[in-house]
Design a protein around this ligand. Sequence first.
Ligand SMILES: Cc1ncc(COP(=O)(O)OP(=O)(O)O)c(N)n1
Ligand SMILES: Cc1ncsc1CCOP(=O)(O)O
Ligand SMILES: [Mg+2]
Length: 206
Amino acid sequence: MIFNRELLRKYFIMGSQNCHRDPNAVLEEALAAGITTFQFREKGTGSLSGEKKLQLGRELRERCRAHDVPFFINDDIELAEELEVDGIHVGQDDMPVKEVRTRFSDKIIGLSISTQEELDRSPLELVDYIGVGPIFTTSTKEDSKQTVGLEWIHTIRAQFPDIPIVAIGGIQTENAHSAIEAGADGVSFITAVTEADDIKEAADKL
Ligand SMILES: Cc1ncc(COP(=O)(O)OP(=O)(O)O)c(N)n1
Ligand SMILES: Cc1ncsc1CCOP(=O)(O)O
Ligand SMILES: [Mg+2]
């Protein structure tokens, strides 16, 4: 799939551990509500592994295909082929980007950037976009780094005027606009949708 920064606009991330009900139903509502990308992030307390993770991944993958929305895998490179993913998101402690790019020349690759040091030493020319955050406080990621604030988006934009940026961490309907105003191309979010009473309304506002 060819990368286009518009795909970052409403980037929904989810695993079964984030859902109070059937993850298939949650994703289906989010797709119907207009998310532009989905990342399968089955990780942390209560998450599935092995065959159950694979099975859920297959189901969610098919839903994205039916809506023509790109399907990304978080961290788990081994599932990339099995699930015929469109893209892979890795962080600084995951498989190095150089290796991911060598193995998957035709997939979209995203990399997390939280500090100036990470920005300086990362091979940005090998990735399609960067995930920048945590912008605001989040309790969703168990090993979350220190909050970086909107200023961090401005800082990166000043150094890299054209790099595709998606903001992450504590993005809710009330603050999503501020990340875009700071220079992000899109927002990524988990609880803004998984905790929403009305997913359609939340996705519209986002
Ligand atoms: C779009 C996007 N941006 C950042 C992250 C975080 O990745 P990482 O730092 O590797 O942390 P985990 O998500 O793996 O816990 C992301 N997943 N997606
Ligand atoms: C995966 C991830 N990476 C940085 S913060 C975060 C969690 C985002 O979850 P939420 O949108 O609920 O704050
Ligand atoms: Mg990771």
